[in-house]
Design a protein around this ligand. Sequence first.
Ligand code: ACM
Ligand code: ZN
Length: 554
Amino acid sequence: MHNKKITLYFFLLYLLLVNSFNSTAQSSLINIVPQPAEINSVEVHHFFLKDNTNILFVNTNPEDPKIQYISQHLATVFSFYHFNITFQQEVCDTCMGIIFKINESEKTYLGNEGYDLVIHLNHITISANSSAGLVYGFQSLVQLAPPDVSVQPQDSLLLPVLHITDYPRFEWRGSHRDVSRHFFDVESIKKHLDLMVLYKLNKFHWHLTDDHGWRIEIDSYPKLTEIGAWSVDRSQQRWTEGTPPAEGEKATYGGFYTKKEIQEIVAYAAARNIDVIPEIEIPGHCSEILAAYPEFACDDYSYYVQIGPYWPPKAILCGGNDDVMVFLKKIIDEVVELFPCQYIHIGGDEAYKDNWKVCLKCQNKIKSLQLNNDEELQSWMIRDIEKHIMSYHKRIIGWDEILDGGVTPTATIMSWQGDKGGIKAAKQGNKVIMAPNSHCYLDYYQADKEDEPEAICCYIPLEKVYQFDPIPEALTDEEAKFVKGGQANLWAEFISNTAHAEYMLLPRLSALAEAVWTPKREKNWDNFITKLPTQKQRLKILGYNYCDKIGKIK
Ligand code: ACM
Ligand code: ZN
C-alpha cells in the first residue's frame, strides 16, 4: 500500500476505536454533571491515584481564595491519600502527579471559566485561563472518582485516561434562595453554595427582604432588623392557616445576617467562583419595612411582619414621599459595601398599587413629574435608584414587571412570568436572565402531590427542568445575544428548614445546571438519567437531602 493510504487506514481504524470507546466510557465511567462540552477518551487505560501523589500548582497565586479552595478540598475529597502540595511558577514537561496550571498564553476557546482536563497514564493536567476554570476542572476531576472516595479507603483509585475540554454555554448560571419567608442560617447557605460549585453554577441570588422578614443588618436603620426580622411564631401551624398576631404578642420567629456573616458568605462564595447578588425588594413586598418604619407607608395602617399567606400584598412604599428615596439610597450605600458583585437586584414584582391610587402624596408626585399612571411612578422610583446604584459602577436587575412603566437600556430583566418578559426585553435591547415559572420554580411540586410535602402550587418535575432552554424560540440570533443565561428560584413560603430546601433543590438543580452549562448538542435526557444514581450517591455522602422520585411529564 502507498504510504499515504497506510496512514489513512490507521487513522480511520484509530477513529473507530476512539469512537467505540467513547460511548462505553461515557456510559460507564463518566458521570460528570453538568455534561462537559467535549470528552475525548483516547486510551482504554487508567491513571492510578496513589499515596504521595504530587499536587503541583503552576503559575497560580497561592493567596488566591479559589486556589486555596482547590487545595483544601482535594485533601477533603481524597481524604485517604496523603498528597504533597507544591507551588511553582514554571511549567515543567516532566512533572508527575496532578498539575493545576494557569495557561501562560490565553486559550480563547476556554473563555474565563473553561478548562482542559487531561488524564494521562502517569499524570493529570488541569489547565485554564483563570483560577475560576481550575475550580471547575477540579469539580470534574472529583466527579470522575467514585462518590465514596472520601469515606471509603480504596486500594487504588482508577481514573479513566481521557481529555475533556469544557466551558459554559451561558455566563449567568443562577440559583436563587428566598430567606425571608423563612430564615436560614449561615451553614444552610454555605451548603447551598457548595452545591452550586459542584454543578458549576456561578450566581447566587439572595432574596434578603420581603413581607415575612428583613434579613440584612443595616446600621442607619437598626429597626429593620430589630423589628423587621421577627414575626410572631406560627411554626406549629400550616402556612395557609397562620393566624395574625394577637394583641401584645411578642415577635420571636425569624433572624437576620450580621454584616460580618454576610462578608463571610460572600467570601465563601467567591472562593467557589460564585457572585452573590443581593435582592432589596422595592416598592412592594415590604410589610416588614413598614412594620419597622410606618412613616414610609401611604396610609396609617398598622403593618406587621407577615405570617402565612399574604395575598394580594397590600404593603407598598409611598412613591410620593421623598424620605422614602433617601431611606432606600442609604440602604443601597451600605449594601454596595458588602457585595462586590456587579449587580444589585431591586425586585419590582407584584407591587400592587391600591394604596398609591388613594394617596395624595403619590398622586401629587405623578402630577408634578408629569407621569401618566402608577406604573410610571414605580418606573420613576426604579430609575432614581438605578442612577444611585450606577454611581457605584453597578447595574440593576429587576423582575419582569419593571418593564411595565418603561426601563432604561441599562437595566437587566429577570423573566419569571414565563418567557414573555424576557422576549420583550431582549427585543428592545435589554439584557435578560431567564427564570420562567414554567421550568425554573423549584418550590413547585416535583412528583405526585399526594406523596409530597405541601408545596405552593403547580408541577415542575425533573424532566421539565431538564427541558429548559434559556433562549426563547421567539428570539432571532441577534436578539438571543441579550440573554445572559438562566436561573432556578427557590421561594420559601412552604419551606422552613434546610433538609426540605435541599429536597426541593435536588436533583432539579442539577438538571438546571445542564440547561445553563452544557452545549445544546450535548444535552441528553437519557444520559442525564443514567448519571443520576451516581449523583444521588454522591449527594448522600455529602450530606444532602434529595427527592428520590422522578415525576412524569404530564
Ligand atoms: C416572583 O416570583 N414573584 C418573582
Ligand atoms: Zn403614597
